[in-house]
Design a protein around this ligand. Structure first.
Ligand SMILES: Cc1cc2nc3c(=O)[nH]c(=O)nc-3n(C[C@H](O)[C@H](O)[C@H](O)COP(=O)(O)OP(=O)(O)OC[C@H]3O[C@@H](n4cnc5c(N)ncnc54)[C@H](O)[C@@H]3O)c2cc1C
Length: 436
């Protein structure tokens, strides 16, 4: 009998799981359930708007979504429109592919002042994620501090300093593009607790900072170690050497003629957000790295800034009826098996690490486990979900509806841009002449 599988979440891990299930030799029916009307998770809402080539991975997901055995249920939130218990009742297997959408907090005094944001919120705002459309960050500041030494910190810095022309071929949300263009921001300070060797940037992203039309990277050469000490694989050593070489080039850059700067500040740990109600500055402690860990030196310094963005990692949200590890910020599982017919893939399983492709093996593992654990189907699956949603008047979307939204966004694009995103759920549904 057909095995009825629900995949909750339409990001990379959800699509890789669907793809792996389709490649198996079993008779399956797969429903992908997504809380937003729009699919693709962080490919749409996380990956930087000026990285359109990366976003093209969604084309492969589209082929999966259009497969005969697959159906898309957009605008359906598990935990709100339908419960986990109901999902388990209706499906032979339920795969959690819901990501890790919450920010890790800085954990320092002043972190709740106005003008302090986590990267999930800030990135969601400029990427047109409906949850963050009304964030309205006050960008009336010359200086911005970004905490974190990974690609997300680089993404945010770049988006804040690129010119209107550089951003014209992106799908940045229009309200954010206008706010950034009209802001007086000239200096972005990126701070990391440890040094350039420990930084998590990939070299391709790092090098982009040296190729901006109106911005130069600034780094104090004294912060760049002459050599890499310590045990690591040859591959890791090569990658780190490349980053050091790029930073050395940056330390030599001539800033003449450019009006914006991204400052790389290593060995600096934030200790307090300064100001009254609003952020006015950041206090940091200089650190040194001992056995790979940042240790405070007791020397402090302040910078003035009107905006602080923490890009220090993500945390999953607990989902009712599923055991959650609050320490790690992921669901409790045994290599993806949560128990009771539930499986986990992607960031809700592993935490927020790796690149898009890192989610693929999770999908393959989950498919194998499902085939092993559920030799025979028997539950009603899609028909039952549809009945339930209709009975509750949930305005759910099919994949063709998303294609209509997609076409409307593309048709509304400004010259050169791939699309103009809808940033509110109501506007997305409005594009559909929705009657259900
Ligand atoms: C800012 C940022 C930039 C990145 N840039 C890159 C990059 O350039 N290149 C790269 O390789 N990787 C990048 N990554 C990493 C990559 O995006 C992740 O590896 C990947 O998206 C994780 O996939 P996922 O499916 O686990 O989660 P997600 O992509 O987060 O997908 C989860 C999906 O589940 C949905 N969902 C959540 N809860 C529910 C619910 N209760 N009911 C129904 N649906 C639900 C969400 O709406 C979402 O669509 C970036 C990550 C971030 C945060």
């Amino acid at each position: 009998m057909t095995i009825k599988i629900a995949i909750i979440g339409s990001g990379p891990s959800g699509f890789y799981t669907a793809d792996a299930l389709l490649k198996g030799d079993r008779d399956v029916e797969i429903d992908i359930i997504e809380r937003l009307p729009t699919p693709f998770g962080l490919i749409r809402g996380g990956v930087a708007p000026d990285h359109q080539t990366t976003k093209k991975v969604a084309r492969a997901y589209e082929r999966t979504a259009l497969a005969e055995k697959v159906a898309y249920f957009g605008n359906v939130q598990v935990g709100k429109d339908v419960t986990m218990d109901e999902m388990r009742e209706m499906y032979d297997a339920v795969v959690l592919a819901i990501g890790a959408p919450s920010d890790r907090k800085l954990g320092i005094p002043g972190q709740d002042k106005r003008g302090v944001y986590g990267s999930a919120d800030f990135v969601g705002w400029y990427n047109g994620h409906p949850d963050f459309t009304d964030l309205a960050p006050n960008l009336d500041t010359r200086n911005v501090a970004i905490i974190g030494n990974g690609n997300v910190a680089l993404d945010i810095s770049r988006v804040l300093v690129k010119t209107t022309e550089e951003m014209s071929e992106t799908d940045i949300a229009l309200h954010s593009a206008r706010a950034i263009e009209n802001s007086p921001i000239t200096d972005v300070y990126m701070f990391g607790r440890r040094g350039p060797v420990e930084a998590k940037f990939t070299n391709v992203e790092l090098r982009e900072m040296g190729k901006l039309d109106n911005c130069v990277p600034i780094i104090d050469p004294a912060q760049i170690p002459a050599e890499i000490i310590g045990e690591m694989s040859d591959r890791d050593r090569r990658l780190k050497e490349r980053n050091l070489a790029t930073l050395r080039e940056f330390s030599d850059v001539d800033p003449t003629g450019k009006t914006k700067r991204v400052h790389f500040g290593f060995y600096a740990s934030p200790v307090e957000v300064l100001g009254g109600d609003r952020v006015e500055g950041l206090r940091l402690e200089r650190t040194k790295v001992v056995n790979g860990r940042a240790v405070g030196t007791g020397e402090f310094f302040d910078i003035e800034c009107g905006l602080v963005i923490a890009a220090i990692g993500y945390f999953a949200k607990p989902i009712e009826g599923v055991p959650f590890d609050h320490e790690k910020g992921i669901v409790v599982h045994d290599d993806g098996r949560v128990g009771n017919g539930v499986y986990a893939v992607g960031w809700i399983k592993r935490g927020p690490t790796g690149v898009i492709g890192t989610n693929k093996p999770d999908g393959e593992t989950a498919a194998l486990q499902i085939f092993e654990d559920v030799p025979e189907g028997g539950k009603p699956g899609r028909a039952a979900l549809r009945d339930r949603l209709e009975a509750r008047d949930v305005p759910f979307l099919g994949y063709a509806d998303w294609q209509t939204i997609d076409a409307a966004e593309q048709a509304a694009a400004l010259p050169g841009a791939p699309r103009r995103k809808f940033v509110k759920v109501d506007d997305m549904l409005g594009a559909l002449d929705f009657r259900r």
